[in-house]
Design a protein around this ligand. Structure first.
Ligand code: F0G
Length: 451
C-alpha cells in the first residue's frame, strides 16, 4: 500500500504542489505564504481513499490494545488521517501522544463552570507538545534522505527535534536566542547531541537566520512553517474527540506563540468534522502573554486581516515571539470556530500556573496562559457555566523550574506587575525554608507556613 496520499496547498494563493517540491523554507514561490497538507482523496464523498468514520473509530480503539510500535504512538495510531509517508515503516517514534486528560474539579468550582479539563501535552517523551509534530516531520526528513535537520526555537522545539533526530541517526542544528530560554530545554538539546548555537538575537531573529542557512545547504527545516509538523500536532484534537466519545467539548483554549499549535488543532477538528467523525467544531481560543501579543492586536485592529510584528517580552519564554509565522492559519481557526484571541498579564500567568500546581498539575508558564485566559473569558461572561472547556497544557513544569522557584520565593514579579494581585499571590506562595534538623523546628515551620 502507498501510505502517501497528500499534496501541499498554499494558504495564501491556493496553488498546489507535490510534497517533495516544497522550497527549503516552506514558503510559496508565488506569494510567500505557508503551505498546508491536503488529501485529495478525501474530497470525493464516495472515493476509495475517503476514510470511513465508523471503521476508523473501531480501528483506532482496537489499536490501543496493540503491542505494535506504531500503534503505541498517540500520533501514528491515527495514521489514516496523516498519510504523509511513502511507507509508515519510516516513522520515527518515541511513543508520543496518548497524553492524559485531567479533570480540574477545584478550578471548575472556583470559576462556576461545570466541566474543566486539562489535556497535558507536557506528558510527552521530551515533555512538551512538540513531540507530536516532530515525529511526523522528522519522519518525512528521514524518508527523503536528509542527513541534517534544524530549527530555531524558544527551547521546546529544539529539545523535541534533537531527541527524534538522535533516534533516527540524523544530525541536528539548533538556533536559540542567547539567554532567553529556560535551561532545562537547552540541556535537553545538548543531551540529545544537537549542535546548539545561541544567537545574540530573539526567536524571530533566529528563524530569519536559519531560513538563510537552509537555503544554502541541504538541511531540513523543522520549525512549524514545515506543514508536516502541523499534521502531527493535529492529533491531540483526535485524542480529545475520542476521549469525549466523539462529542467534542464546547471550548478548547490553547497558548499562542508562533501559532502552529492553534493552527494544527483547528485543522484536526476541521478534518474530523469534514470526514463526519464529529458533528461540530469546538470553539478554539488563543491566549497570549500581553508583552508578546501581535495576533491580539491584529484582531483588535483588523479582525485578524493583517499583522504587525513587535519586539516581544514575557517571562513565559516559550511564547516570547513577536512575528508569528502561522498567524494567517491561526486567524482562520479563531474566526471559523468563533473563538477569541486574548492576552493576559505576567501576574495572571504566574497565579494561574500556581493554581494549576495546587491541583497537582505542574506546567510551564506558557501553558498557564490557558487558565489565566479562561478566567478572563469567564469574568466577561463569554463562557457559560454549562460549557465543557479543555485547556491545552503545552509543557511540563520541570522545563522551567527557575520560574516556579522565583514565584514562590517572591522574586518573580515586580511590585508594579503584582499590583492588585497581592492577596492571591500570598495565598498561593509556598516558600521553602531552611530549619534546624529538629522535629520542633519542622513543626514550627509547618505552622508558620500554613495559611
Ligand atoms: N507552549 C509551549 C510550552 C511552547 O514551547 C510553545 C512554542 C507554545 C506554547 C506556543 O506554541 O508556537 O505553536 O503557538 N514553542 C516554540 C519552540 C516556539 O521553539 O519551542 P505555538
Amino acid at each position: 500500500m502507498n501510505d502517501n496520499l497528500h499534496q501541499l496547498r498554499c494558504f495564501g494563493c491556493g496553488s498546489r504542489i507535490a510534497g517533495a517540491e516544497a522550497q527549503p523554507d516552506f514558503r510559496c514561490t508565488q506569494c510567500g505564504e505557508l503551505f498546508e497538507v491536503e488529501y485529495p482523496g478525501w474530497v470525493q464523498r464516495r472515493g476509495p481513499d475517503r476514510p470511513n468514520p465508523a471503521a476508523l473509530k473501531w480501528l483506532w480503539r482496537e489499536r490501543r490494545c496493540s503491542s505494535e510500535t506504531l500503534d503505541q504512538s498517540g500520533v501514528w495510531r491515527y495514521r489514516e488521517l496523516l498519510p504523509i509517508l511513502n511507507s509508515f515503516g519510516n516513522a520515527v517514534t518515541l511513543r508520543e501522544g496518548n497524553t492524559p486528560l485531567y479533570h480540574l474539579p477545584r478550578t471548575a468550582k472556583a470559576l462556576g463552570v461545570d466541566q474543566i479539563f486539562a489535556k497535558h501535552q507536557g506528558m510527552n517523551p521530551t515533555a512538551s507538545f512538540k513531540d507530536t509534530g516532530m515525529t511526523a516531520a522528522l519522519s518525512v526528513a528521514r524518508e527523503r534522505g536528509f542527513e541534517w535537520v534544524a530549527c530555531a526555537s524558544t527551547g521546546n522545539t529544539s529539545a523535541a527535534m534533537a531527541a527524534y533526530a538522535a533516534r533516527a541517526g540524523l544530525r541536528s542544528l539548533v538556533l536559540i536566542p542567547e539567554g532567553k530560554i529556560a535551561w532545562g530545554k537547552l540541556s535537553q538539546a545538548m543531551d540529545y547531541g544537537a549542535v546548539t548555537c545561541q544567537l545574540k538575537t530573539d526567536f524571530d531573529g533566529c528563524l530569519a537566520v536559519l531560513t538563510e542557512v537552509v537555503r544554502s545547504a541541504p538541511i531540513y527545516l523543522l520549525n512549524s512553517v514545515n506543514p508536516y509538523r502541523l499534521e502531527g500536532q493535529k492529533t491531540p484534537a483526535f485524542e480529545i474527540a475520542e476521549a469525549f466519545d466523539w462529542n467534542v467539548p464546547d471550548h478548547i483554549i490553547v497558548p499562542g506563540g508562533n501559532l502552529g499549535n492553534s493552527s494544527a488543532l483547528g485543522k484536526g477538528f476541521r478534518e474530523l468534522h469534514e470526514l463526519g467523525l464529529v458533528a461540530r467544531m469546538p470553539r478554539i481560543s488563543v491566549v497570549q502573554a500581553a508583552g508578546a501579543n501581535p495576533p491580539v492586536r491584529s484582531f483588535a485592529a483588523s479582525n485578524g486581516a493583517s499583522l504587525e510584528a513587535l519586539e516581544a517580552h514575557t517571562r513565559a519564554t516559550a511564547i516570547r515571539i513577536g512575528n508569528p509565522a502561522s498567524w494567517r492559519k491561526a486567524a482562520r481557526v479563531i474566526q471559523d470556530t468563533h473563538g477569541w484571541c486574548i492576552d493576559v498579564t505576567e501576574a495572571e500567568i504566574a497565579i494561574a500556573k500556581a493554581e494549576l500546581g495546587a491541583e497537582g498539575l505542574g506546567c510551564e508558564p506558557a501553558s498557564a496562559v490557558t487558565l489565566a485566559g479562561l478566567k478572563k473569558l469567564r469574568a466577561k461572561n463569554l463562557i457559560s457555566s454549562s460549557d465543557t472547556v479543555v485547556l491545552v497544557l503545552t509543557g511540563h513544569t520541570l522545563k522551567d523550574a527557575d520560574y516556579t522557584i522565583d514565584f514562590h520565593r517572591g522574586t518573580l514579579l515586580t511590585q508594579e506587575e503584582a499590583a492588585g494581585h497581592e492577596k492571591e499571590i500570598t495565598a498561593l506562595r509556598r516558600n521553602a525554608v531552611v530549619v534546624d534538623a529538629a522535629p520542633a523546628a519542622v513543626l514550627a515551620a509547618m505552622k508558620d507556613m500554613s495559611i
